[in-house]
Each structure stands twice: as C-alpha cells, then as structure tokens.
Write a protein that binds this ligand. Sequence first.
Ligand code: A3D
Length: 313
Amino acid sequence: MRKKISLIGAGQIGGTLAYIIANKELADVVLFDIDAGIAKGKALDIAQSTSVSGSDINLIGTDNYEDTKNSDVIIITAGIPRKPGMSRDDLLGTNLKIIKQVGENIQKTSPNAFVICITNPLDVIVMALQKYSGLTTNKVVGMAGILDSSRFKYFLSQELKVPVKNIESLVLGGHGDTMVPMPNYTKINGKPIEKLISKEKLDLIIERTRKGGGEISKLLKTGTAFYAPAAAGVEMAESYLKDLKKTLPCAAFLNGEFGVKNLYAGVPVIIGKNGVEKIVEIKLSIQEKNQLNLSVKAVQDLYQIAKKIDKNL
Ligand code: A3D
C-alpha cells in the first residue's frame, strides 16, 4: 500500500514539499491549511502536473484533520515566517499557539506518525510540539541541520569550485545565529577543509552560513527560504519511509547525549523505520563543545520564555 504524508501548512514550504514528494512518487499527499482555498488550489495545481511528470500518487487539499488520519509521516510548516529584520525568536508567541492546535490534532488523528517540524523558532517549537502531541521523542524531530549544512556546503563549493556532492559537512546546535558549523567534520574529496582554505575565508563562510536564512529573506522581501528547507524535509521523510538509516543532522531530543539533558538541539541522528534510531555522539574539540554549549543555552533560554507563555509546557 502507498504511504501517506500529510503536510500541515500549505504555504511556501508546504507547497514545495508537496511538489517534490509528488515528483519522487514518495507517498500520497494531504495538503492541510486553515486556509482551505490555498490547500485545495495548490493540491489541484500539483495534481495536474502529475500527468506531465507521470507520477502516480493521490494528492488532496483540505482544512479538515480527518483527511490526514493515519498518516505515516507529517511535516509541519504551519505558522508565520520572519519578515526582514526579525529574528526567528520573534515568532515564538504566535507559532506556539498554532503548534498547540496542530499537536493536539495529530494526537487524535495520527498518533503513530513520524513527525517532522519545520516551523520556527525551530528547536523550541519542536520541543513544544512533542509535548502537545504526546508522541514519543523518537517520533518527533526538527528539520534545520540538513538545511544549515547544505548552505555551508554550497558556499564552500562556490569558493573552492568543487561540485557540492564532493563535500561532506555538518552543522550542529540550535537553528539560529549560534548554530555551530563544524570545520573538523568538513571534508572535500575526503581531504580536511583546513588544508584547502584560509582561516579568514572559512570564517567568512561560517558567518554567511549562520546568517543564510536572513540573506534570503532580505532578497525576497516577503517570506523566507522555501526550496532548500523543503528538500531537506523530504530527505528526512524518505529516510524514515524507506528505512535508509541515513545519518542526518536534525533537532532531536537529548537525554544526556553531548552533555545535554531534556532538550531538543541539532545533532547527527540515524533516521530509519523506528524514527530517530540513534543519536550519533561524535567527538568535539573544546572549542566546538563551548560553541555547542552556547547554542544549547540559547535554546534553553527561549524555552523558558515559552514556558512563561504556556505554563503547561
Ligand atoms: P508561509 O508561506 O507563510 O506558510 C505558512 C502557512 O501556515 C500559511 O499558509 C498559513 O495559512 C498556515 N497556517 C497558519 N496557521 C495554521 C494552523 N493553525 N494550521 C494549519 N496551517 C496554518 O510560511 P513558509 O512556508 O515560508 O514557512 C513556514 C514556517 O517554516 C515558518 O515558521 C518559517 O519561519 C519556518 N522556516 C523554517 C526553516 C528551518 O530551517 C527550520 C526554514 C525556513 C522557514
């Protein structure tokens, strides 16, 4: 039987997710939005593209959670995005209310789903979503690290004029200005990055990676990045549905790993048919550990603010 992916939020990322999933024939798609017109209009448009692509999947748009019932995967982008000049943290109050509604509905309709959250501020929203939905922590995960790593790899490929597919890299920590690109885990054709680029240039690329989302939202003027975030979300869904057991940087629940307890943060995880099957505890230098701690502290501080907004968290 074909798998079912429900997309909660049919905005820029939600629509792009639906289009990629349809083209890959990964699963049937339910595109959900509180704005039924957007969900139904995009679903119809993408469904009509399948007679060109030849993809054999069903796609519907809806504002009724019953249509999402028994989904295998749910990807959440419901919420508001940043406007130029805003930080991701500025979205907290509005998106927390939206995610409460989404989490409670998932609990009722798809309690066995693998749930990928993309709504910002990512690490705190995914943590709240896990609590609101009551799903186990291995089934609720946040997308950010794949996107941040792919930005880092793209900038390096442009600077060093090498194909992006020859670059391995990793970005850890929270999805914000304190994220931690990892030069020690960055290799080009298997060679350590430090041997191929000056420290000054590498520092500039790290800084550009940290501000990668802001650079795009400034150019777009309305809205934020959506093609790369959607591609990253699909990679996580595919690893789960096909039990690929890929190691991917994701916001996952930490229970002592990396010295962090009871918090979501970006770390390498293995995603397979059981959801997050393992947190991969790589060795960090003292400097990397300090940077990760700083990033984790930023997530903890924002979670405290979330707890003031909703005392049940
Ligand atoms: P946008 O195009 O505005 O789409 C959001 C959609 O959510 C809209 O269609 C709304 O109607 C819908 N919505 C609002 N409330 C609800 C609700 N209660 N239930 C269902 N749907 C609802 O935004 P977007 O797609 O560009 O971005 C979505 C989210 O992703 C934002 O919070 C962004 O900040 C975030 N984002 C995260 C990353 C990461 O890497 C983590 C990257 C880019 C964007």
